[in-house]
Design a protein around this ligand. Structure first.
Ligand code: UT7
Length: 377
């Protein structure tokens, strides 16, 4: 029997440190007025040195699980959409799985730039629909501040750090994720780039291996081209998904777009011939947090009372690849009466997860000592 994937939990985490436009104007030749009028951004959060995609992803995930009132051991799958994880492996998702103590969960990172969260929703909702898993946590988490050239005023003004997460759960009740469409056009790869292989990262590397190495690990972008692509693809992707769910734009209560630039959204709204306030925007407070932007905006939208039971909400992402995607969800959850996160029980649960993880590490060390002794005998 086909299962329906419902959003039953949501959560976000934003680092404490805030960088205003005036703070950035001390670093590069720009002004608060220019940034606000061209992008809508007023400030962004920046991770401190002890924070990472995995630690922030864990914070967002534990809040999402608390909202859903679901124990981490019930989670079957964890996806972290990101482009800024500390390691290629272990995946940030594996680290989150360990922090949560979600022992039954598979875990992997997903790379689709700013579209990553919608791609993750697509993968997880299909896995739920076919009965492959029942409970999935989809996280978007980014430390964009670590991949910016802070001398480049064309990019460093745009991005911020943070994480958001949702819990998707299977149910026989119709609703939840009703349709998803995903797309990619690699011919636009040059428009938005973040190299991961650094030319000088391995000093012992033979020079003939350098061909794929980039000079710097920072974002480069053709802003105007990305701007035009974004307006066109938001309108096309949203329409495709809404139609494939058998609905029209009149049935859509709210669109939560990737938060890149207020002007992009204003022009996309014009193209779709809908009021701009059909789109939920929080780019002014958090800037562009890439794969994290949609789940952070979703948590904000729920907090601000913008979603009601039976609303049809559309998520739409676009970015590097080029990649894009959207999904339409029938909203069924209501806000819990009390904040279930950060209770004494919750703190104890995650302390126990850390302790269990430490015990497993110690037992692996004991095994290694025993195996070495047996080998010598
Ligand atoms: O997740 C997707 C990520 N990417 C995006 O969303 C980016 C989409 N693109 C954009 O949001 C816009 O293209 C930007 C905000 C990046 C730039 O806005 P624009 O209106 O397209 O400006 P522009 O690049 O055409 O530059 C106009 C002028 C230039 O000066 P000249 O050549 O006209 O003298 C730039 O040098 O603005 C200048 N400029 C700035 N001035 C002050 C560019 N950046 C800045 C700045 N402060 N930060």
């Amino acid at each position: 029997m086909l299962r329906y994937a419902h959003i039953v939990g949501w959560g976000k985490y934003l680092p404490e440190k805030v960088l205003t436009n005036d703070d950035i104007a001390l670093l590069v030749n720009t002004t608060d007025e220019w940034i606000r009028s061209r992008t809508g951004i007023r400030r962004r959060h920046v991770a401190d040195e002890n924070e990472s995609v995995a630690t922030m992803g864990f914070e967002a995930a534990r809040r999402a699980l608390a909202t859903a009132d679901i124990h981490p051991q019930e989670v079957d799958m964890i996806i972290v959409a990101t482009s800024t994880a500390v390691h290629a492996f272990p995946s940030a998702a594996s680290l989150v799985q360990n922090y949560l103590g979600a022992q039954s969960a598979s875990a992997f990172d997903l790379g689709a730039a700013c579209s990553g969260f919608v791609y993750g929703m697509g993968m997880a909702s299909q896995a739920i629909a076919t009965g492959f898993v029942n409970t999935a946590v989809i996280i978007g988490s980014e430390t964009m501040s670590r991949v910016l050239d802070w001398n480049d005023r064309g990019t460093c003004i745009l991005f911020g750090d943070g994480a958001g997460a949702v819990v998707l759960r299977g149910s026989s009740v119709p609703g939840g994720v009703m349709a998803t469409s995903l797309g990619s056009d690699g011919s636009g790869a040059d428009m938005l780039k973040l190299p991961t292989v650094y030319r000088n990262a391995v000093p012992t590397m033979p020079s003939s291996f350098y061909k794929n190495g980039a000079d710097v690990n920072t974002i480069s972008m053709n802003g105007r081209q990305v701007f035009r692509f974004a307006i066109k693809i938001i309108a096309e992707s949203v329409l495709e998904t809404v139609e494939s769910a058998g609905l029209t734009m009149d049935d859509v209560a709210l669109i939560i777009p990737h938060q890149a630039n207020t002007r992009i959204i204003e022009m996309a709204a014009k193209r779709l011939e809908i009021p701009v306030d059909t789109f939920y925007l929080n780019v002014d407070k958090v800037a562009n947090t890439s794969a994290a932007s949609i789940p952070i905006a979703l948590a904000d939208a729920v907090e601000n009372g913008r979603l009601h039971p039976d609303d049809n909400v559309v998520f739409v992402g676009f970015g590097g690849g080029l990649s894009w995607g959207s999904s339409i969800v029938k909203w069924a959850a209501s806000r819990p009466m009390e904040d279930r996160s950060d209770t004494r029980w919750e703190r104890a649960r995650y302390a126990a997860a850390r302790a269990r993880s430490r015990v497993r590490q110690l037992s692996r060390q004991m095994d290694a000592i025993r195996a070495a002794e047996e080998y010598e005998e």
